[in-house]
Structure formats: structure tokens, C-alpha cells
Design a protein around this ligand. Structure first.
Ligand SMILES: [Zn+2]
Length: 500
């Protein structure tokens, strides 16, 4: 195959891959939002066929030849095409290192284990999930060793979500966070200035909350011609290119801000996807580059912007106008304190900004011990509870609110959790850098988010997967310095809780 032929093949390969992903994605979104329950029976068949076609396309001899031709002649290619070639080659190389039987068995395990986990969580029945969980750790470790025989398999697993990340980097990062957050949290708990806002505990009709979501999306600058919001039990974002990005939320009548923070968080993910460069959006370089980079956007908008005093000032008039009976008397300061109330809790997804990373540290330590073989699935619930006591000072009443709470391990996302914490910490460095170009909170106070999105678009969003995530972060902020995040948390929570 000549380079010219390979380039033609690349174009048709990208078109077909995109179309298959697009069709499968729409089916998934439809299935989790509005499709009738029984549609699942036939949808599984269609999805099976789509993945079969996709697998055959990826492993076809002419696809392999195309990728190898481009990789060998990388020097003749322009920057973007060379990056495509090396990304496709990396995936192919990984795939070829995993024995086919092992790969198929693992795919099957992921589907079965996820189904068992759902039941196990609903019934608080860890025993039924335990054998699957052990197998999931064993098999993913085995696959990691196939891909990189000479590397710590946990590092290989981390790289599935954040290329270049190592357990050593995570350990240093978490040690810095722990040294800053644990004593700070102790002072917060001991402070006489505890926060409770009874006004936010009223009843907030879902119909009005839906209007509130539309308002928040407008404030954030989410283009209504290219993005929509749906409703699901667990909020998520999915994208089919920069022209079609969908977020979901869940409304609670008794907690108006719960849905708002889901919308802001998913809105942050959506802004990233809506601003990928035109030239790469349907290519294999389309989409956000990694989980930590993605979470760094969503958590920046959710916490650094969404839980700022200035943002509270922006939304307060809308809230008091639309919920006059419930919220009369609410002030910017009361709202600001309420959205930053901090206390150790059981559930990661509901944790406040200060305690959130402690939840991640527990999971990181457990994954490392499981991969090292120092504990087994038999020990996991006990170890989980022990670490929750150590890090958060709380007793875990049952496995449902303990080791069974997250879905990640059930579908093989081992090594994913650190991305959330790293993404959160990246945010503090974005803020530091952004403030060199313009006054971030002055823009927020004016309700004008465009300087923020312009800043992200030009430095991160438009590049898609064109650079490795750690290189991209370095280009924008220099070295990763977790102490910036610790300082941010110390300043913010000392202010709110009147600490000296
Ligand atoms: Zn997220």
C-alpha cells in the first residue's frame, strides 16, 4: 500500500468509524432517556451488530496495513495526520498484544459483572458481586501485563485513562493533598460557624427547575442549537461531534441546587466537546483528550466558578424571582455559605469540594492493594470501611453506601478514580493562569462567561486529542503543582468557616 492509498483508506476508515460510533451512541442515549423499556431487547441486537462491524473494520487486514504504512512513513505526513497515525497505531498495538480469547472473555465479564453489580447494590449484597469483582481485578491485571510486560500493571491501567500518569505521581499528589486537607477539615468540623440553610430545604417544583436548567445553560454559554438537556437517574454527558452534545440531569423536588450542580458539571464537559476544532471533530482526534482533562473542565465550572461568591450573586435574582415563597430572605452571602457547607459524608458523588478528594484517595489505595495482591475481594468491604474511618472519620453502615456505591469497578474502569482528583487540582492552576490574562471573578460577577470559554477554547478545547494530556496541561500551566490546589482550598474554607 502506498502512502497515498493509505491516506485515502484513512479517510474512509474515519468516516465509517464515526458513523458506527454515532449510531451506537444515539442508541445508548435513547435507551437511557426516553426509549420504552422493552426496546432493550432489540437494541442489544443492533448494538451487538454495530460492535461486530466495528471490530471487523478495526482488525481488517487492509486497516492494519493502512495504519502500519502511515506509521512507517510518519515523517512524510503533516502534524495532524501523523498524530492520527500514531494514535491508531497505539490502539492497534495494544489490541494485538492481548490474546483474542482473553479479550473476548474480558468483554463478557464486563457486561455480566455490571449487571450483577446493579442487583448487588440494590440488595446490599456484596457476596453476590465478590467473585466478579475479584475476577475483574485479576483479568484486568493480566491484560495490563500483556500490553506492557515490564511495567507495573497498575501504571498501565492508569494510562488507559490518563496517559503518562504513574502510581508514584499519584502517591506524591495524594500525600500533598492529604497533608493539606485533613488538618483543614478538622478545623472546619471544630468551627463554631457551622452552615445550614433551611431556606434551601423547601419544595421546588420540577417544572420551574427545568426552566432554571435552561437559564444555567444560557449563562454558561452552551449553544442551544448544538446541545440539549435530558433527564436520567445518574447525570452524564455524551457527544456525537461538536454539533450534537447532550447532557442529562436528575431533579429532586426538595433540593433545587442538586440538579443545578449536575447541569453545571455536565455543562463543563459539554463546553469542551462543543469547542473541539472543526477540522478534527469527526476524526479519531475528535473529543476530549483524557478523563483528567475532561474532569478538570467540569469540576472547574462546578466548583471554582459555580461555588464562588460571584456566581451566587449572579443566580440569586433568578432564584428569588422564580421561587419567591421558598427563598425570600436568601442573600448572596447565605447562598455562598450554603453551597460550600463541608462535612465528611459516605457518598463520593455527593461530597463537597473540600472532602471530595479524600473519597478518591480511599479508592486509589484499595486499587493499589488489590493489584499488588496484598488484599483480595474478601477483604475489600472491611478495608473500605477502615479507610473511610481513617480519612473521613466516619463509620460505613452498609456495603450499599460503602464498597458497592460506585459502578466503575463493575465495568473494568480500574485506575479511573485518580482522574477526578487530578482534574480538580488542575482547576486551581487554570484559575491562577487565567487571572494573569483577566480578572476571572469580575467576569463571573458580570455574568459574562465568554472570557473563560475563550481562554479554554484557545488553549485546550480546540485541540481535541492532538497532544498527550500531560503535555497539553504543561503547555497551558507549566508543571503540575498540587500545592496550588491546597492553597486554594485553605483560602476558601478558612474564609467561610472563619478559621485563623
Ligand atoms: Zn464528570
Amino acid at each position: 500500500m502506498t502512502v497515498k492509498e493509505a491516506l485515502e483508506k484513512l479517510r474512509s476508515f474515519e468516516d465509517t468509524s464515526f458513523a458506527l460510533g454515532h449510531a451506537g451512541g444515539i442508541l445508548n442515549y435513547d435507551g437511557s432517556t426516553i426509549a420504552p423499556k422493552q426496546s432493550a431487547k432489540v437494541r442489544a441486537l443492533t448494538q451487538g451488530e454495530l460492535s461486530r462491524i466495528s471490530y471487523e473494520l478495526t482488525t481488517a487486514p487492509e486497516t492494519v496495513e493502512m495504519i502500519e504504512t502511515l506509521k512507517t512513513n510518519e515523517n512524510e505526513l503533516d502534524f495532524v495526520t501523523a498524530r492520527k497515525a500514531s494514535e491508531l497505531y497505539r490502539d492497534l498495538d495494544h489490541m494485538r498484544r492481548i490474546p483474542k480469547d482473553l479479550f473476548v472473555e474480558y468483554q463478557k465479564l464486563c457486561v455480566e459483572s455490571d449487571a450483577v453489580w446493579h442487583e448487588a447494590k440494590a440488595n446490599n449484597d456484596y457476596a453476590s458481586f465478590k467473585p466478579y469483582l475479584q475476577k475483574m481485578f485479576d483479568m484486568s491485571r493480566q491484560i495490563a501485563l500483556c500490553i506492557e510486560p515490564d511495567k507495573d500493571p497498575y501504571d498501565t491501567q492508569l494510562n488507559e485513562f490518563e496517559r503518562g500518569l504513574t502510581a508514584e505521581t499519584c502517591e506524591k499528589f495524594f500525600a500533598t493533598l492529604k497533608a493539606g486537607i485533613v488538618p483543614l477539615l478538622q478545623k472546619v468540623i471544630a468551627s463554631p460557624n457551622q452552615v445550614r440553610e433551611p431556606l434551601l430545604e423547601g419544595n421546588f417544583p420540577v417544572t420551574v427547575q427545568r426552566e432554571f436548567s435552561d437559564y444555567i445553560m444560557r449563562v454558561m454559554g452552551l449553544d442551544p442549537e448544538r446541545s440539549i438537556i435530558g433527564e436520567t437517574e445518574h447525570p452524564f454527558t455524551t457527544d456525537f461531534s461538536k454539533y450534537d452534545v447532550r447532557i442529562t440531569t436528575h431533579y429532586h423536588e426538595d433540593a433545587v441546587l442538586s440538579s443545578m450542580y449536575s447541569v453545571i458539571h455536565e455543562g463543563g464537559h459539554a463546553l469542551y466537546e462543543l469547542n473541539i476544532g472543526d477540522d478534527i471533530t469527526t476524526s479519531c482526534l475528535g473529543g476530549g483528550v483524557s478523563m483528567a482533562m475532561h474532569e478538570s473542565q467540569s469540576r472547574f465550572y462546578e466548583n471554582i466558578i459555580g461555588r464562588s461568591r460571584e456566581f451566587c450573586g449572579v443566580i440569586l435574582p433568578w432564584l428569588t424571582e422564580h421561587f419567591p415563597a421558598q427563598l425570600s430572605g436568601l442573600t448572596q452571602d447565605r447562598l455562598y455559605r450554603a453551597v460550600n457547607a463541608s462535612a465528611p459524608s459516605l457518598i463520593r458523588t455527593e461530597a463537597d469540594e473540600l472532602t471530595y478528594c479524600l473519597h478518591i484517595m480511599v479508592r486509589f489505595e484499595l486499587e493499589r492493594m488489590m493489584y499488588a495482591g496484598t488484599i483480595t475481594a474478601d477483604d475489600l468491604p472491611h478495608e473500605w470501611n477502615r479507610l473511610y474511618k481513617e480519612y473521613l472519620g466516619i463509620d460505613v453502615p452498609d456495603d450499599k453506601r460503602g464498597v458497592l456505591q460506585d459502578s466503575h469497578w463493575s465495568f473494568g474502569a480500574i485506575g479511573y478514580f485518580p482522574s477526578y482528583a487530578i482534574g480538580s487540582a488542575y482547576g486551581a492552576q487554570y484559575l491562577e493562569e487565567m487571572n494573569k490574562s483577566f480578572d476571572v471573578f469580575a467576569a463571573v460577577a458580570a455574568g459574562d462567561f465568554s472570557p473563560i470559554s475563550d481562554w479554554f477554547r484557545e488553549r485546550i478545547w480546540k485541540y481535541g486529542k492532538l497532544y498527550d494530556p500531560s503535555d497539553l496541561f504543561k503547555k497551558v500551566c507549566g508543571e503540575f503543582r498540587p500545592e496550588v490546589y491546597v492553597k486554594y482550598l485553605e483560602d476558601k474554607f478558612s474564609g467561610i468557616y472563619g478559621l485563623t
